[in-house]
Design a protein around this ligand. Structure first.
Ligand code: SAH
Length: 362
């Protein structure tokens, strides 16, 4: 049994069942035993890998996308270049390198990272050592007096979720209790829930939906800044336009695991409900939700991959081609991952994103 499992059992024994959100928050960010607090979970030796860790071309084309958006907004100076959940700092390093030729961009950018894990903050500091970076615990710390250009990759999926099952009498919440002394999921009695009233029309008894309460302050913080001073936000993650079904999952050593088996030892995530993000960010305008594959293609990833390939041979070339397919193929990350852009009403969307219409949004 992990040390965290013992703590959680004791707490549930004393104060009763806990929501999945409370469980997830402790598993990921407990100051002593949390998954992200203790270690760097990324890369081949970790539990999972991410697009920027797979290939530099991901960050390069997205960096140019952000820089073009900055130009389209009149090249404001200074502006905040922000990334919540920057992992090892790889995406920001690639964005920075790719944008060095964009006149004035580096001089105007003020780098702000939002990171909860001390271990990963150290890695980001090492990776971005030549750049002046300011760290924050939450997005509320981001400057309010200048435009904000923000990118988040696989950040929202790490935010704690609550899970509900539709019932003829309302909603039953999935909570974590004890069964024979072990952590075990259970359902509360049904009750109406105002936050899920908008799902009564498209669900039936037995259906499972998820809510991510922590996403609201995140989206409101970026929305208020972009609304007041301009800018754009790009959110990339796995998920869809509406939360449906149980997507709560655990990854340990690159394999799916039981999310309740080893609290604090596995990465816990849920699919992102992009419709909820767009609602929380109102009155910002949002793009159509686009597949990662379509976005990267529109941003010229194939051309960039080709240029890089010219200098590669043998195993390095093979790995490069494999990485390209991993990012873009429908059977890999290409369609599971989606991207959403948000801008103030009347501002141009970043390149690669189409306007939202109900017909085109999956
Ligand atoms: N964006 C990176 C890393 C994704 S992993 C990449 O694509 O490689 C998730 C990241 O979010 C980690 O850096 C993790 O420490 C951070 N994180 C998770 N929950 C957080 C929270 N509530 N507040 C701030 N950072 C958080």
């Amino acid at each position: 049994m992990t040390a965290l499992a013992a703590l959680l059992r004791r707490r549930i024994g004393l104060t009763g069942p806990m929501t999945l959100a409370d469980y997830m928050a402790d598993c990921l960010l407990h100051p002593e035993h949390g998954y992200y607090t203790r270690q760097d979970p990324l890369g081949a030796a970790g539990d999972f890998t991410t697009a920027p860790e797979i290939s530099q071309i991901f960050g390069e084309v997205l960096g140019l996308c952000l820089a073009q958006s900055w130009l389209d907004h009149g090249a404001p100076s200074p502006f905040t270049l922000a990334e919540p959940g920057p992992g090892r700092g790889t995406l920001m390093a690639d964005i920075w390198r790719a944008t060095r030729g964009v006149g004035g961009f580096h001089a105007a950018a003020r780098l702000h990272l939002v990171e909860a894990s001390p271990v990963l903050r150290d890695q980001q500091a090492a990776r971005l050592s030549r750049l002046p970076v300011t760290w924050h615990d939450t997005l509320d710390g981001l400057p309010e007096d200048r435009p904000l250009f923000l990118i988040a990759n696989e950040f929202i999926d790490a935010l704690p979720i609550r899970q509900f099952q539709r019932d003829p009498q309302g909603w039953r919440e999935v909570v974590l209790g004890l069964k024979d002394g072990a952590l075990s999921p259970a359902l509360t009695d049904p009750a109406p829930l105002a936050d899920l009233d908008h799902r009564l029309a498209d669900t039936e008894p037995g259906d499972v939906v998820e809510l991510c309460p922590a996403a609201k302050p995140v989206m409101q913080a970026l929305s208020s800044r972009i609304l007041a001073r301009g800018g754009a936000a790009i959110i990339i993650d796995y998920g869809g336009w509406r939360s449906t079904g149980d997507t709560f999952q655990a990854l340990e050593n690159h394999a799916y695991a039981d999310p309740f088996a080893h609290p604090g030892r596995a990465d816990l995530t849920a699919h992102v409900d992009f419709e909820a993000l767009a609602r929380h960010a109102a009155p910002l305008n949002h793009s159509a939700l686009t597949d990662q594959r379509a976005l990267l293609a529109a941003l010229g990833i194939a051309q960039r991959a080709e240029v890089l390939a010219r200098n590669l041979t043998g195993a390095a070339l093979e790995n490069h081609v494999k990485a390209f397919h991993r990012l873009t193929d429908a059977s890999e990350m290409g369609t599971l991952f989606k991207a959403l852009a948000l801008v103030a009403p009347g501002s141009p969307l970043p390149p690669g994103f189409a306007p939202f219409t109900t017909e085109t949004t999956p």
